[in-house]
Design a protein around this ligand. Structure first.
Ligand SMILES: Cc1cc2nc3c(=O)[nH]c(=O)nc-3n(C[C@H](O)[C@H](O)[C@H](O)COP(=O)(O)OP(=O)(O)OC[C@H]3O[C@@H](n4cnc5c(N)ncnc54)[C@H](O)[C@@H]3O)c2cc1C
Length: 636
């Protein structure tokens, strides 16, 4: 659905106001309109159209802003005041509406080729290498039925490992992946293209109220292709907790240790590739000056150059140093005869007499039916529960307990040229506050900051103020915050079967979040920051120096609020929405990964975590999938 003419007129005016420059941004609005039309949920598309039409209503504007004119007929000063009012409104729906428009317009604007020039951001560092594509996915040219022993839905951290392990044991395996097949030759380092090709919903997925941006890979190899290569083993304390509190003793035992070791070896986990980036140097300096914990991050890379180009690997690693499932487990699976279908959206698992019999999918414009002895669902923690719900599985815990590791950051303007888009993706971390209460707390890490990320994070108060902040990108550092959340959210599906994610930071977790913001500011101050600011809806910064400047700033941050769409929150780690447990009333899969009450149906991705892992989850997912494959191989 494209926007109605009236909505489009409003969008042009909104885009021009947000970006500034006077001229109505027809081209930008057209591109944003294209993103709106590509949103996965019809309800979201309709809501944006309605919102924009309301912007053009004299009556609504008189009531909300005291200006009896369509938005597009307001003066530039009125328009900025109007949008600022929505950004910082006490009414959550107005803040949600503002964030929807700001994210769409600003991310589109700053990811347009050439936009980086204004920010001293070079964009792509050269053309991608011309390398062949070693995997030959099946093409589906007509309605098709295939048969196999095991069909694996999804090809990320969980799916890749399961497929390879089963194929190596002689099973006839088919992998179905919603995303396309992109390898080094496709990694253009162009942000817009990277988001669109490699991320779910082009990076625009969010919770229902837009308070949390959901980043997850959607390409052959899933999240392992775009992720930041941090490869922590599951902490002993978390393994104990899962064994003890969820009646899952295997997490503590040697079998799981063997699986973790096996996957770590296959994906080359090591700490020899932790050369600090400009961002890491700021983080380390602050940690050392404060005497706080810091350590080297283990990473799954082989021959990583750790140079400027590495900062672009969130859009795929051009040298294949990143040991994603694309270059490891999926290659192994294919070598053992597995078949792979990409651009294949699995709509439901077929069930008969209490058993899974296969799946039905839309693949490359055709209907694809797969009949199989077993179905392994590994679509990630948003889409795995959605697929089970669409398939008619009904369990009280299904979709519940979703953990997201809410992430945010405190940003700083530095004297030095940080060039935060360059260097090792993540090299150092701190666990200084990781265990504030029973293993709950937060980690500090960094992440590459390209224009799209700063565009998301920077508060908008006027076009000029925002453009000025963006222009400081090269001197921007950050202290990234990764919260281990104790209380989760929920995935449900709409009438079309698309996932809807509801999540609210609990009061318990909010206490840790506040502590994290304060401590991150303290760290950046110790590192020599000139000005420090959090990604709030309003601009609240401080310049270190005067006594108690940080305390005064924190009081202003508290007053501004950290509710929905007041503080930017992003999730890179989705977990626990089909959790494993000892009973069908409190979990979705049993200790052997079987969906309670359905024979031949398994889940083997991050969604089976009993709780948030507290560390970046990839290695834990792979270890779990490795063990699951052993179990499935014995039964099918
Ligand atoms: C930018 C970024 C950085 C990250 N950095 C790190 C890091 O440094 N370390 C770390 O440990 N973790 C990191 N993560 C998280 C990590 O990558 C994920 O937790 C992990 O990949 C999840 O594994 P999974 O198997 O659960 O799902 P995924 O890897 O997300 O795989 C699921 C796959 O299923 C496909 N799919 C979904 N629905 C369907 C359907 N209906 N039909 C067919 N296919 C479907 C998806 O397209 C996707 O490819 C990062 C994530 C992101 C987005």
């Amino acid at each position: 659905m494209s926007l109605s003419p009236r909505a489009f007129a409003a969008l042009r005016a909104v885009a021009a106001t947000l970006v500034g420059g006077g001229a109505e941004e027809a081209d930008l609005a057209t591109r944003v309109g294209g993103h709106v039309a590509a949103l996965p949920r019809a309800a979201d598309r309709a809501e944006l159209d309605l919102l924009l039409r309301l912007f053009e209503s004299r009556v609504v504007n008189l009531f909300l802003a005291g200006i009896p004119r369509p938005f597009s007929a307001m003066s530039p000063v009125q328009r900025e005041r109007y949008l600022r009012g929505w950004a910082t409104s006490r009414l959550p729906p107005r803040r949600k509406a503002f964030q929807a428009l700001k994210r769409l317009v600003m991310v589109t604007h700053y990811t347009t080729p050439g936009a980086g020039g204004r920010l001293a951001y070079p964009g792509p560092l050269g053309p991608p290498p011309s390398v062949p594509k070693p995997i030959r996915p099946l093409s589906v040219t007509t309605d098709t039925t295939l048969t196999c022993d095991v069909v694996v839905v999804g090809s990320g951290a969980g799916g890749g490992v399961v497929a390879a392990q089963l194929a190596a044991r002689g099973k006839d395996v088919i992998v179905l992946e919603k995303g396309g097949y992109h390898n080094e030759a496709d990694f253009t380092q162009q942000e817009g293209e990277g988001l669109e090709r490699l991320y779910d919903a082009g990076g625009l997925l969010a919770t229902r109220d837009l308070s949390l941006v959901i980043l997850q890979g959607a390409t052959l190899g899933g999240g392992t292709v775009v992720n930041y290569t941090t490869s922590f083993a599951t902490p002993e304390s978390v393994r104990d907790e899962w064994a003890r509190e969820h009646a899952l003793p295997h997490f503590r035992g040697p079998e799981f240790t063997r699986s973790l070791d096996a996957v770590a070896q296959r994906i080359g986990v090591n700490t020899d590739h932790a050369a600090p980036s400009g961002r890491d140097r700021v983080l380390i300096r602050g940690l050392e000056r404060l005497g706080w914990h810091h350590g080297l991050l283990p990473r799954n890379v082989r021959g990583c150059t750790q140079d400027d180009a590495c900062g672009y690997c969130g859009y795929g690693c051009r040298t294949a140093a990143k040991q994603s499932t694309l270059v490891t487990y999926l290659a192994d699976a294919v070598a053992h005869g597995a078949r792979i279908v990409v651009n294949c959206d699995v709509r439901r698992v077929t069930l008969a007499a209490g058993s899974a019999t296969g799946v039905e999918a839309r693949a490359q414009g055709h209907r694809l039916t797969v009949r199989s002895g077993a179905v392994v669902v590994t679509c990630g923690s948003i889409h795995s529960p959605a697929l089970l719900l669409r398939s008619g599985v009904s369990l009280p815990a299904l979709g519940r307990f979703l953990a997201l590791h809410p992430a945010t950051a405190v940003f700083a303007e530095m004297d030095e040229a940080v060039r935060p888009w360059t260097g090792t993706l993540q090299a150092h971390y701190s666990d200084q506050f990781a265990d504030l209460d029973h293993g709950y707390g937060f980690k500090f890490e960094t992440a590459p900051v390209h224009p799209s990320f700063l565009a998301l994070a920077a508060p908008w108060e006027s076009a000029a103020q925002y453009a000025d902040r963006m222009a400081r990108l090269a001197r921007t550092a950050l202290c990234g915050i990764l919260l281990r959340d104790r209380f989760g959210g929920r995935v449900s599906v709409d009438r079309a079967g698309s996932p809807i994610v509801d999540y609210r930071v609990s009061r318990y977790d909010a206490v840790h979040l506040r502590r994290a913001l304060a401590s991150a500011a303290e760290l950046l101050e110790a590192a020599g920051a000139r000005e420090i600011w959090p990604p709030l809806a309003r601009w609240i910064s401080y310049k270190p120096g005067p006594a108690r400047a940080r305390e005064a700033w924190l009081a202003r941050v508290d007053a501004a609020g950290r509710g929905a769409n007041q503080l930017l929150l992003v999730t890179f780690h989705q977990m626990a929405s089909c959790r494993m447990g000892a009973s069908a009333s409190t979990s979705v899969v049993d200790p052997e990964h079987r969906v309670w009450g359905v024979r031949g149906l398994y889940v083997a991705d991050a969604s089976v975590f009993p709780t948030a892992s507290g560390v970046n989850p990839m290695l834990t997912i792979m270890g779990i999938a490795h063990r699951a494959a052993g179990i499935i191989a014995l039964s099918h």
